[in-house]
Ligand binder design. Structure first.
Ligand code: PGA
Length: 249
């Protein structure tokens, strides 16, 4: 069985001193044979986090990447720049970016493509809103979101990480039940399997109020290969508990 992946999404949180303290606590508490671990830091701290974690068990991720290679795109950060700093992952299509920055499925697919072309693994987020779930559209929505990425990235698709993050569960304390999450993960796995013979290799993470208390049960599901963890990744003890659960699963 493949090692699980736990990725922390710090969102717009942190500071020079706080990041250093958190990373020190994480390194000190890492289990002997850890799962894959990453922290996705705000752009301005990527270099700091990469310097501190260099050579250790914690990989670094960005929270976004540009759909362009270079040029007049003020405020943006290219996949090549991430590679330059040794950044391993980039979250793309997080629901907060889809919602507040108008990112479409097509833009998200292009961002994933740019990341892959520079050897940065995109963590592609998909997920339905509460309204969509209640209308019975969960499967339709996540499949549409993933289809765009599959269409644009062809046979490279086995190189991506997928994160299923029901929007209604993000930062709300409402977690999908392990059964609800597994049901959607199985749909996503089948969709990947139709596109690549290597669908089993793809990490499909669950995200949305994953915490120290519920991680073990979620990670026990057949198609849940790890977690994308927001709030709980900012507290060393909680994040370490999730890492321990994933390392033992
Ligand atoms: P949360 O966030 O764990 O705070 O719900 C997860 C995410 O948005 O990636």
């Amino acid at each position: 069985m493949k090692k699980k992946l736990i990725a922390g999404n710090w969102k717009m949180n942190g500071g020079v001193a706080a990041n250093a303290a958190l990373l020190e606590q994480l390194s000190a508490g890492m289990p002997a044979n850890p799962c894959w671990v990453a922290v996705c830091a705000p752009a301005v701290y990527l270099q700091q986090v990469a310097t501190i974690t260099h050579g250790g068990a914690i990989a670094v991720g960005a929270q976004d990447v540009s759909a362009h290679d270079a040029g007049a795109y003020t405020g943006e950060m290219s996949a090549g720049m991430l590679r330059d700093l040794g950044i391993r992952y980039a979250i793309v299509g997080h629901s907060e970016r889809r919602q507040y920055h108008g990112e479409t499925d097509a833009v998200v697919a292009l961002k994933a493509q740019k990341a892959l072309s520079c050897g940065v693994t995109p963590i592609v987020c998909v997920g339905e809103t509460l309204e969509e779930r209640e209308a019975g559209k969960t499967e339709e929505v996540v499949k549409r979101q993933l289809a765009a990425v599959i269409h644009t990235n062809g046979h490279c698709i086995s190189e991506i990480v997928v994160a299923y993050e029901p929007v209604w569960a993000i930062g709300t304390g409402k977690t999908a039940t392990p059964e609800q999450a597994q049901e959607v993960h199985a749909v996503l796995r089948a969709q990947l399997a139709a596109a690549t013979p290597h669908a089993d290799r793809v990490h499909i993470l669950y995200g949305g109020s994953m915490n120290a208390a519920n991680a073990q049960q979620l990670l026990g599901q057949k198609d849940i290969d790890g977690g994308l963890v927001g709030g709980a990744s900012l507290k060393a003890a909680d994040f370490l508990t999730i890492i321990a659960a994933a390392s033992a699963a």
